[in-house]
Design a protein around this ligand. Structure first.
Ligand code: ZN
Length: 217
């Protein structure tokens, strides 16, 4: 059976689907999306902004094509056209970010240094925070106050919607959240006004976590 592209009939979806495939390959080649892990999403432009495209679950992230994207309701993560392609359970975390921030693109990867710091700093039973100060790279995160921030670290609950609920509670109730969060023993989620900005912020986060992981004082 030939898969019908889940992105059909939505203006702007072809270009966004191609961007998702391109960025997935980039992160896969860096070793930030090993195997089928990780997921990227982007809101469609204009009147279709209530829809997001997200990388399909269970697909090799180095080998995605524009047809391997699933159209979902951005605020709920529910598929628009349930079919052969499935959105990851982690879509609920993307939806939590879309509901509570101005994000138009969300990237979730298992980049190594973010994961190291998520392991080292987590309280596995409750939300904790990782304070970041001083690094010049903080300027790359688009913070209101550039000299410091506190990155939330969520427990890696087996039932992913529970993580998503805690993410929504935290982001919806806090004034000055950085555009990223960690999940204990798992990875990082970063967002921005488009995929390029989210990628830039992810690179800054990963570089800061590398400095912390290798032990700068
Ligand atoms: Zn993950």
């Amino acid at each position: 059976m030939t898969a019908v592209p889940a992105t059909r009939h939505r203006p702007g979806s072809d270009a966004q689907a191609a961007e998702l495939a391109r960025f997935s390959r980039l992160f896969y080649e860096r070793g930030w999306m090993p195997g089928t892990s990780g997921n990227l999403s982007v809101r469609l432009p204009g009147e279709a902004a209530d829809t997001a495209l997200i990388t399909a679950s269970g697909r090799d992230k180095g080998d995605l094509t524009p047809r391997d994207m699933v159209a979902v309701h951005a605020d709920t993560g529910e598929a628009l056209h349930p079919g052969a392609l499935r959105a990851s359970a982690e879509t609920s975390i993307h939806a939590a970010v879309y509901r509570t921030t101005q994000a138009r693109a969300v990237i979730h990867v298992h980049s190594p240094y973010a994961t190291v710091m998520a392991c080292r700093t987590a309280d596995r039973e409750r939300l904790s925070t990782l304070e970041l100060t001083r690094f010049e790279l903080l300027k790359g995160l688009g913070l209101d106050a550039q000299e410091r921030t506190a990155v939330p670290v969520f427990p890696n609950w087996p039932h992913v919607p529970r993580i998503a609920d805690e993410v929504a509670d935290h982001l919806g109730g806090a004034d000055r959240c950085p555009p990223g969060l960690l999940i204990a023993d798992h990875g990082i989620t970063v967002w921005g006004s488009d995929l390029a900005q989210a990628r830039n912020r992810l690179e800054c986060f990963e570089a800061i976590f590398q400095l912390l992981a290798i032990g700068v004082d």
